[in-house]
Write a protein that binds this ligand. Structure first.
Ligand code: MSP
Length: 620
């Protein structure tokens, strides 16, 4: 039986894993779990991309060899995947021997076939992105279209892959496989890129040596993308052993930034290697944080470890997959994460489980028995149609929609409870009816535990345990879909699934208020000399100052100092002023700037400088 083969991109080891990396991996893990639930045999691969100039440079900057850096960073990824509950079957590293061998074999195979030739390359190259870009892409300013950095004009002897020879073949393949790239909008971009004409691709470098040597010309190392893409076949034996059972890949998950490599270059390499092509390349969007691009310099890189520790991995998984229509860009905000936890995970989901188990314990001593006849199988029917919708959405990789289907069902069960009023049935001693209603609720929980397991594996496991159905490994979706297949079960409310986030919300608010160094530098602080000072009439608090802030004319500034200083005490002082504040009118006087002072209860003390400096001196 062919295994359903799912891959993530392999991650560069010049950086620690962040929310963007965890997103691709989470999507792949969710699909892997979902396919296993459906009874498929799955092979799920992730790993690290360890060669290239970027890694070599990063290693040098921290005084390590590239291999030492890779070994160090790779464990960050492996630890995080464990923490997130990622169920990959194998972890590939491009510095592993089997991979190096596979890449060299592939290079030779293509060379012998005549699709690789030696030439000279000149082009605009982005070192961090390891990519050449065409004149059209980079515009007048010669900036990298992906990261915005300045490009270098590079000339080097290089081996080329005859990509141009694959233009028609690729277009034909796209036409025959209309869902090769998902979503369709991105597929259209790929098609127009190929239709625009393909140039041969430089696939070796001589300017650095951290890479796999060309087997017959060790002056050259193999271009990091040729090397990296081959991980998808090297990891499964590079044509040997289990290879045919696993290849071709069913889904390559990628971010939109690396789609071209997977949807154009990779199929062309595979055609040249005489290997079958992958079924789907699924591209997701990019995450920003609180509306801003995530970057080290802004200090807003979200560390998944921290989020998991704070909110649990299920909540983190839920938020990432639910908050964004898969394929589009998304924004990460801790506030929204907390809102979703409290409203959807606590109120809707956790509460349903909690109240259901409480009732079964209270009214049936924790034991549900299959009813002899069933009067109302509405939850069973709704479960079936819910699952059909989930399948429909998972078929097109809409994790968000699948979660909406499941949570609609959760709310429907809550409604069922409200309508059936088990507490009234108990009071009225309608025991047969009560047993049926509670059994239906039990089966609905069983169904939810099953269908949600790919998304929220910990909650699913907890539910199954509390329902007395621990051994999830041996069940598949059929078991969960059938409402009337458990003769008897003993349930026990052992724990709650999610905790409401209250006071932690405050903490995170505080954290969210932290600013980056760049934001701080938006505030222009300067030293100013007080030239004149007078009380503002009719005001209890305000004093009007004339200050020299190093500009042509003195500025007027109004400050609430009357209770603490006499005007004459202020004259001559060197104070600290926010110089780029918008003007504001106080008691009809326009104030241009704000002075800084420290306050502790009754005391107020103006900020001043320790040694005299010229008015206008910058503060940083
Ligand atoms: N090494 C290459 C991939 C080679 S695959 C044969 C690479 N690595 S990467 O570490 O830079 O990026 C890996 C993945 O993380 C990409 O799919 C990329 O889209 C994703 N993300 C990196 N930052 C991201 C966000 N801010 N948001 C979402 N995903 C982003 O590229």
């Amino acid at each position: 039986m062919k295994r359903y083969y799912i891959t993530t991109p392999i991650y560069y080891v010049n950086d620690v894993p962040h929310i963007g990396h965890s997103y691709t991996t989470l999507a792949a893990d969710t699909l892997a779990r979902y396919k296993r639930l459906q009874g498929e045999k799955v092979f799920f691969l992730t790993g690290t991309d360890e060669h290239g100039q970027k890694i070599q440079k990063a290693a040098k900057s921290v005084n390590l060899t590239p291999q030492e850096l890779a070994d160090k960073v790779v464990s960050n990824f492996q630890r995080l995947w464990k923490k997130l509950g990622i169920t990959n079957d194998f972890f590939v590293r491009t510095t592993d021997d089997y991979h190096v061998k596979c890449v060299q074999e592939a290079f030779e195979y293509i060379y012998k076939k005549g699709d690789i030739y030696k030439g000279e390359y000149e082009g605009w190259y982005c070192i961090p992105c390891e990519s050449y870009y065409s004149e059209i892409e980079i515009g007048e300013e010669k900036l990298c279209p992906v990261c915005g950095r300045k490009l270098d004009l590079v000339k080097e002897e290089s081996y080329f892959f005859k990509l141009s020879a694959y233009e028609d073949k690729l277009l034909k393949f796209y036409e025959e496989n209309p869902d090769f790239v998902i979503p369709n909008t991105r597929f259209n971009e790929i098609k127009s890129f190929v239709k625009g004409g393909l140039k041969d691709l430089s696939i070796t470098r001589t300017s650095f040596d951290w890479g796999i040597p060309v087997p017959f010309d060790d002056k050259h190392v193999i271009y990091v993308w040729f090397d990296a893409l081959l991980n998808y076949v090297s990891a499964i034996g590079c044509r040997k052993g289990e290879f045919d059972e696993i290849w071709p890949a069913d889904v390559h998950f990628v971010g939109k930034d690396i789609l071209r490599f997977h949807a154009v270059y990779w199929p062309a390499f595979l055609m040249s290697l005489d290997l079958p092509l992958p079924k789907h390349v699924v591209a997701h969007g990019w995450w920003t944080v609180d509306g801003k691009k995530m970057s080290k310099s802004l200090g807003n890189v979200v560390d998944p470890n921290e989020m998991i520790e704070k909110y649990t991995r299920d909540a983190y998984r839920y938020f990432l997959l639910r908050n964004v229509p898969f394929g589009l860009d998304g924004d990460f905000s801790e506030r929204e994460l907390i809102e979703r936890i409290n409203s959807e995970l606590v109120n809707d989901f956790g509460n349903l489980v909690n109240r259901s188990l409480t009732m079964i314990e209270k009214y049936l001593d924790g034991v549900v028995n299959m009813p002899i006849t069933v009067e109302d199988d509405s939850l069973a029917k709704l479960g079936k149609s819910t699952y059909e919708n989930v399948v429909k959405h998972m078929d097109i990789f809409r994790f968000d929609e699948a979660l909406i289907d499941i949570f609609d069902y959760v709310r429907a069960v809550n409604k069922y409870i409200t309508e059936k009023e088990p507490w009234a049935l108990h009071k009225q001693k309608k025991s047969a009816e009560l047993n049926e209603v509670l059994y239906n609720i039990f089966s609905a929980l069983k169904f939810i535990a099953g269908v949600i397991s790919p998304f929220l594996p910990d909650s699913s496991a907890k539910m199954l345990e509390m329902l007395g159905l621990n051994d999830i490994g041996s069940y598949n979706i059929e078991f969960f879909l059938d409402f009337y297949n458990v003769e008897q079960a003993k349930v026990e409310k052992k724990t709650i699934l999610f905790e409401r986030i209250e006071q932690r919300k405050e903490e995170s608010k505080k954290k969210e208020k932290r600013i980056s160094i760049d934001e701080f530098f938006n505030v222009e602080l300067r030293v100013a000399k007080v030239l004149e000072a007078e009380d503002v009439e009719k005001s209890r608090k305000l004093i009007k100052l004339k200050i020299d802030i190093g500009e042509e004319k003195p500025r007027t500034l109004v400050a609430g100092l009357k209770e603490y200083y006499k005007p004459e005490e202020l004259v001559g002082k060197l104070i600290v002023v926010v110089a780029n504040l918008k003007p504001a009118k106080l008691m009809g006087i326009e104030s241009n700037g704000m002075l800084l002072a420290a306050k502790d209860g009754e005391n107020l003390s103006l900020l001043t400088v320790e040694k005299p400096v010229k008015p206008g001196a910058k503060i940083s």
